[in-house]
Ligand binder design. Structure first.
Ligand SMILES: *Cc1c(COP(=O)(O)O)cnc(C)c1O
Ligand SMILES: [Zn+2]
Length: 412
C-alpha cells in the first residue's frame, strides 16, 4: 500500500514526485509531503504504533521514507519523557501541566527528530554528502547522524554561536564552516552552495522530508496522553517549522482516527530580541516582517523565518496566540524549571516556560486545562547564560568545623 502520494505546493497545489525538491516552479511556494490518508487510516492504529520501536521510528508509517525500518538512520532520538510538572504547575497556578522533555535526545535537542528522517531520505536519494545551515543544534545532530552512517558532512553556522554547540559538532568529525554573519546570512549562502554542489542540505533541498520529523514530537505527546489532545501546547519558534508540523501532526491524527477531536490551541513562543512571528500576530499581519536578531536565545535567532507565514496560520487556525519574553525572563524561567522539575533547558526552553507563565497570568491558559510545554534543548549547551545568576558555592577547608562555621553564615 502506498502511503506517500507526492510533494504538493502549499500555495498553488501543484504536485511533484518524491524527489529532492523544495520550491514550486510555478509560484515559488514551499513543497510539503502529501500522504494517502485513506491508506493510512487502514494501516495505522494505536496498537500498530504501540508495537513499534522506542524511538521516533515508532511513527514510521506517518513519515515520508521508503527504506525498510531496519535501514532508517536511528541514534535513538525521540520517545522522550512527558513529565507531569506538579511543582512547576503549583508555582504557576495550573493543575494539569506536562513538560515534553526533549533535552534527553542523543544530541540533546529535538533536532534529532528531523535529522533522523532527513538523513534517511538523503541516503535513499543516493547523496554522499549532507549539509545544513544551523544556529547550532541542527549542526550537532547532523554531524552525529552523518557519523553513524559514514556520510561526508558540512555544517554552516554563525561564527558567534555558543562554544558548546561548536564542540558539540566538531566531536563527530564534520567540516564546520563558521560564517561571519547571522543565521539569515548563513542560510542565504547555503542556498547558493546547495545549488552549486548538489549536496543534501537537510533544511534546504531536503526540507519537505526533514520538517516531517518534527511531527513526531506531537504524535508522542498525544500517545503519552493516551491519545487525548491537550487543550494547549506551547511551542518555541525559530523558522516556524516545528510549530507548523505540530499542528499538522495533530490534524493528521484526527484525520486517520487516532484522536477523537482537534481541540488544541497551539501557542508560539519567541524571545523579544527576535520575534518576527509574534510581531506579525499582534499586528494582525499575515506575513512576518524580517528583524535583526539581538538575543541570548541563539537557537531561535532567525530574523527571517522560512515557515513564519505557516506558523502564523497554524496559530490562528488553532485559536492560539503568539507571545514574547525578554532575555531576563528567559534566564529566570530556565532556573524555575530546573529548581521545580529537575530539568535543565537551554535558552529556547526558557522561552517556552517564560511564555507559558505569561499565558497563565493573562488567563489564556486556565487552571484546569490540560497543557503541554515543549522543552526542546538541553541547558548543558548554553550554560553561560545562567552561570552568573546561580547560588555561590562555598569554599572551605576539609574540616567539620569549617563547614559548621560556613553553614552558620549562610542562614539557609
Ligand atoms: C531549531 C530549534 C527550535 C525551533 O525550530 P524551528 O522548527 O526552526 O521553528 C526550537 N528549539 C530548539 C532548541 C531548536 O534547536
Ligand atoms: Zn506553487
Amino acid at each position: 500500500m502506498r502511503r506517500i502520494k507526492a510533494l504538493r505546493c502549499r500555495e498553488c497545489g501543484s504536485e511533484y514526485p518524491i524527489e529532492p525538491l523544495h520550491v514550486c516552479e510555478y509560484c515559488f511556494g514551499p513543497l510539503e509531503v502529501e500522504y494517502d490518508y485513506d491508506a493510512l487510516s487502514k494501516l495505522v492504529t494505536h496498537e500498530s504504533i504501540a508495537k513499534g520501536p522506542t524511538s521516533l521510528w515508532r511513527y514510521y508509517d506517518l513519515l515520508p521514507v521508503d527504506s525498510p525500518l531496519h535501514e532508517c538512520v536511528d541514534l535513538g532520538g525521540g520517545f522522550t519523557p512527558l513529565v507531569e510538572a506538579t511543582r512547576l504547575g503549583e508555582k504557576l497556578g495550573v493543575r494539569r501541566l506536562y513538560i515534553k522533555n526533549d533535552t534527553v535526545n542523543p544530541t540533546w535537542s529535538f533536532k534529532d527528530r528531523v535529522v533522523s528522517v532527513a538523513v534517511t531520505k538523503a541516503k535513499e536519494f543516493g547523496f554522499d554528502t549532507v549539509a545544513c545551515a544551523s544556529t547550532g543544534n541542527l549542526a550537532n545532530s547532523l554531524a552525529a547522524h552523518a557519523a553513524k552512517v559514514g556520510m561526508r558532512c558540512f555544517v554552516f553556522v554563525p561564527a558567534d554561536i555558543e562554544l558548546s554547540k561548536v564542540v558539540g559538532s566538531l566531536v563527530y568529525g564534520p567540516q564546520l564552516v563558521a560564517v561571519e554573519g547571522n543565521y539569515d546570512e548563513v542560510n542565504r549562502l547555503c542556498v547558493e552552495v546547495a545549488s552549486r554542489f548538489g549536496w543534501a542540505f537537510v533544511n534546504i533541498n531536503i526540507r519537505p522530508y526533514y520538517s516531517e520529523g518534527s511531527k513526531t514530537i506531537a504524535l508522542e505527546v498525544l500517545e503519552q496522553l493516551n491519545w487525548k489532545a491537550p487543550e494547549h501546547i506551547v511551542v518555541p519558534v525559530a523558522s516556524g517549522s516545528l510549530l507548523t508540523k505540530v499542528w499538522k501532526g495533530i490534524k493528521e491524527c484526527y484525520r486517520i482516527g487516532l484522536i477523537e477531536s482537534v481541540r488544541t490551541k497551539v501557542h508560539g513562543a519567541q524571545p523579544s530580541g527576535c520575534a518576527p512571528v509574534v510581531n506579525a500576530f499582534k499586528l494582525g499581519a499575515s506575513m512576518p516582517k524580517p528583524v535583526k536578531p539581538q538575543t541570548i536565545v541563539k537557537s531561535l535567532a532567525i530574523g527571517n523565518p522560512a515557515d513564519g507565514i505557516y506558523a502564523l496560520r497554524a496559530i490562528r487556525e488553532s485559536g492560539g496566540v503568539a507571545e514574547e519574553v525578554t532575555d531576563e525572563e528567559v534566564v529566570e524561567a530556565i532556573k524555575l524549571l530546573a529548581e521545580t522539575e529537575g530539568i535543565w533547558a537551554e535558552t529556547a526552553g526558557g522561552v517556552t516556560i517564560a511564555v507559558l507563565k505569561k499565558l497563565i497570568r493573562q488567563g489564556i491558559i486556565k487552571r484546569d486545562e490540560l497543557t503541554v510545554a515543549l522543552v526542546t534543548g538541553s541547558g548543558i549547551k548554553t550554560s553561560e547564560v545562567v552561570c552568573e545568576s546561580l547560588r555561590e558555592p562555598i569554599r572551605i577547608q576539609p574540616r567539620l568545623k569549617a563547614f559548621e562555621e560556613a553553614l552558620q553564615k549562610l542562614q539557609l
